[in-house]
Design a protein around this ligand. Structure first.
Ligand SMILES: [Fe+2]
Length: 542
């Protein structure tokens, strides 16, 4: 193996070579002595660091520049053809040979066959498959490179990532692939997903030791002939045939997110350096998608928090509904998952449920907080909260998808609900889901004038209303998630104990009796009527 070496050339044809260290300055005893007043006595130094040749400033007056960028005392990696400018003097790096890169893993030395240390831009722009390779699978790789876009816009990000990894494993002829991402809390690399070639059994995910090394060094690495590396991959001991491994750093323009791992087995050709560079480019595309995905998730969370805060502001005007929005949303999400709603529909449902009673903002305080029984006309006005909510939602084009829930959550399966009297499957599914969640919460919540109904009975009431009030499919699904619901309620009990006992109130049962006698309508079972209630009927004390 040849010795490390660096050669610097000046504009006056002078050259300086070293295998370890060059000090640059005006002092005559230095290895690179420059007789120029713009150069400080000890200006900069070039030396062979752990990761290769580096240059750093030594506190010069006029500064040191590496290929146009001013550098400080922190060592900066040098590449061949870089220009090092000290004061007004320019030195070109005309030859550069590092020591063979190796890393220490668990007390042993593992050889690195090649490494790629590129910025995100470079990784994406400098993706250059060979002519022959481009002819053979250029199109497939271009398709693969769309991973970033696909991940950023996927309704189901986990599925999209897995699909990309499957394609990467096929494209690179890998035996196995994995995506490791850094856990925000622990800082540790965790397996996000892994895949194997078609003919392989899934087995265990790849070990993360080498991926961690690549990430720490912020460079993509190729471990070629990993006979030495194998013992350090926890599962390679079991599988015993991992001979070539690429760990490509998943880096976005701002940060490193994790590592894309690809490996080949003993009966395969090892990866080449060209494979490493292609994998590095793919990792940059994947990282961009993951980064954007995270941004979308954070944006969605912020949006949810904002509208939940808005909904809670409405709730605060009401006297009983403490935490109602949160619970109803949680029940609706459990139910939606159980009936197999798509992830995108579930995201919309979550935000819609938080907003379902937003129209109450348009109900007069005199009615919403009336300390006495609502009259028939007043109750009619209360019912308009669904239309008022729909008006609010329609004003915001980006929220149109919330309309079915906001407008339809008081429709009934038998067509006797409001505001449109829709029947059966004419009622949007998400509204039918919220109707069940809303009713269940109303039944089980403590009110100032009565304790919450036992869970057992609330489920019975839902069953009793199945096919009349509620969509039978939703009721059945809600019964199936009962253990999860009960678990949630146990946690809620802590808060319930803290709930204040409020003013004397009149139940909806009484209002129901009044209304049905006034209108001649069929009485609604008391428990369900309570569940339908939009607001308790606070009465004047005394
Ligand atoms: Fe409502």
């Amino acid at each position: 193996m040849s010795l490390p070496r660096i050669v610097l050339s000046g504009s006056d044809q002078r050259t300086w070579a070293s295998s370890c260290h060059l000090r640059i300055g005006r002092l005559p005893e230095l290895e690179v002595a420059l007789d120029d007043v713009s150069v400080s006595r000890l200006h900069a130094e070039v030396y062979l660091g752990e990761d290769g040749w580096v240059v750093r400033d030594r506190g010069s007056s006029n500064g040191t520049h590496l290929s146009g960028m001013r550098i400080g005392r922190t060592p900066q990696q040098i590449r061949v053809n870089d220009t090092i400018q000290v004061g007004n003097v320019s030195l070109n790096v005309t030859e550069l040979r590092g020591r063979p890169l190796s890393i220490r893993v668990e007390g042993r030395s593992v050889q690195i066959a090649a490494s790629a240390e590129r910025s995100w831009d470079e990784a994406l722009e400098a993706f250059e498959p060979s002519e022959e390779r481009f002819q053979r699978d250029g199109r497939r790789f271009l398709k693969l490179m769309r991973a970033g876009y696909r991940l950023a816009h996927a309704a189901d990000p986990d599925f999209a990532l897995r699909q990309t990894l499957d394609e990467a494993v096929a494209f690179f002829g890998a035996r196995r692939g994995g995506v490791f991402l850094t856990d925000a809390t622990s800082g540790q690399l965790l397996v996000r997903t892994y895949a194997v070639a078609e003919q392989e059994a899934l087995g265990r995910p790849p070990g993360k030791t080498l991926a961690t090394v690549a990430l720490r060094r912020r460079r993509s690495v190729l471990f070629k002939d990993s006979a030495e590396a194998a013992p350090f991959q926890a599962d390679s001991v079991l599988n015993g045939d991992m001979t070539s491994i690429i760990c490509a750093v998943l880096r976005s323009p701002d940060r490193e997110l994790g590592v894309l791992h690809l490996d080949r087995g003993r009966n395969q050709e090892p990866f080449t350096e060209a494979d490493l560079y292609l994998a590095d480019s793919l990792a940059a595309a994947i990282a961009l998608g993951l980064d954007r995905q995270e941004l979308v998730t954070r944006h969605h969370e912020l949006f949810l928090q904002t509208i939940t805060a808005l909904a809670q502001a409405v709730e605060l005007r009401d006297t009983y509904t403490g935490n109602h929005t949160h619970r109803v949303t949680a029940y609706a999400m459990l139910l939606a998952e159980e009936i197999g709603m798509s992830p995108e529909d579930r995201r919309h449902l979550q935000a819609s449920t938080a907003l379902h009673d937003i129209g109450k903002i348009g109900i007069d305080d005199a009615i919403l907080r009336k300390p006495g029984r609502l009259t028939g006309p007043e109750f009619e006005q209360m019912k308009t909260h669904v239309l008022r909510g729909a008006e609010i939602i329609q004003m915001i084009p980006g929220l149109r998808w919330a309309l079915p829930v906001v407008r339809g959550h008081h429709e009934r399966w038998d067509g006797r609900g409001y505001p449109d009297g829709l029947k059966g499957e004419d009622i949007p599914l998400c509204a039918r889901v919220v109707a069940v969640a809303d009713a269940f919460d109303a039944m089980t919540s403590d009110r100032p004038y009565r304790p919450g109904m036992p869970v057992e009975r609330a489920f019975e009431e839902l069953q009793a209303g199945s096919g009349t009030h509620f969509d039978p499919r939703c009721v059945e699904a809600f019964l199936r998630v009962r253990p999860k619901v009960e678990e949630m309620l146990e946690q809620e009990a802590v808060f319930r104990q803290k709930a204040e006992s409020g003013a004397l109130t009149v139940s909806y049962r009484e209002m129901n009796q009044q209304l049905t006698s006034d209108t001649g309508a069929m009485p609604i079972p008391a428990a369900v009527m309570d569940a339908m209630s939009e607001t308790p009927m606070p009465t004047r004390q005394g």
